[in-house]
Design a protein around this ligand. Sequence first.
Ligand SMILES: Cc1cc2nc3c(=O)[nH]c(=O)nc-3n(C[C@H](O)[C@H](O)[C@H](O)COP(=O)(O)O)c2cc1C
Length: 217
Amino acid sequence: MTFRERLRALPTIPRPGLPALDPEAAPATPHELFVTWIDEAIDAGVLLPQAAILSTADTAGHVHARTLLLKDVTADGWWFASQSTGPKGRDLAANPHAALTFLWPVLGRQVKVTGSAAPAGPEASRADFLARSDLSRATGLVNHQSEPLASQEEYVGAFAEALRAVTADPELVAPDWTAYVLTPTEVEFWQAPDNGPQTRLRYVVGAGGWTSGLLWP
Ligand SMILES: Cc1cc2nc3c(=O)[nH]c(=O)nc-3n(C[C@H](O)[C@H](O)[C@H](O)COP(=O)(O)O)c2cc1C
């Protein structure tokens, strides 16, 4: 079998047994439906249901994407955290337009959250950093994220130093650590079919609040 044939032979989303998305029963806001869906992903044993792809673009239109972890969903939007000095931070400082994409394959579900992301402020960033484990705080304290690294030993040394610093001072916060909130302008829920057509439900925000409608699959 060629590589191309092996890819073609792979199973896609499993069915039957997939849940349904009933547009008539959808809640008033995408926030409510998202929390229901992530709860169902947790109950279904999805690995890292809180992981999402964050897509950003610089002012030249070059797109960059990477995985990160969702920290919260509030009326303000979808929260995540990172160093502000790396590529994603630079992109967002120059161009706040961004998208988060979640995939929960065993449930046949994808969610796309599109809008603009901004730093949530020093207090939120501090609280996010201090809620991390020592190892995660040490990771966040080491500078130069996404810059070329001469050798793994260099990083091991910098990480050990950072770990010493965070364990010696439980209040230490990395100066570049930033909580971001992505305020959506639209959120799309995609449900693979159990027995029928796939369903796409898109929420769009306007002056009167959120409205929702179906999209052609
Ligand atoms: C499962 C997973 C979770 C991750 N979570 C985060 C996160 O919450 N914040 C973060 O800054 N990077 C996280 N990363 C690392 C990013 O994918 C990325 O490598 C790093 O943030 C640098 O991105 P950038 O160079 O595009 O700015 C995670 C990676 C994986 C695979």
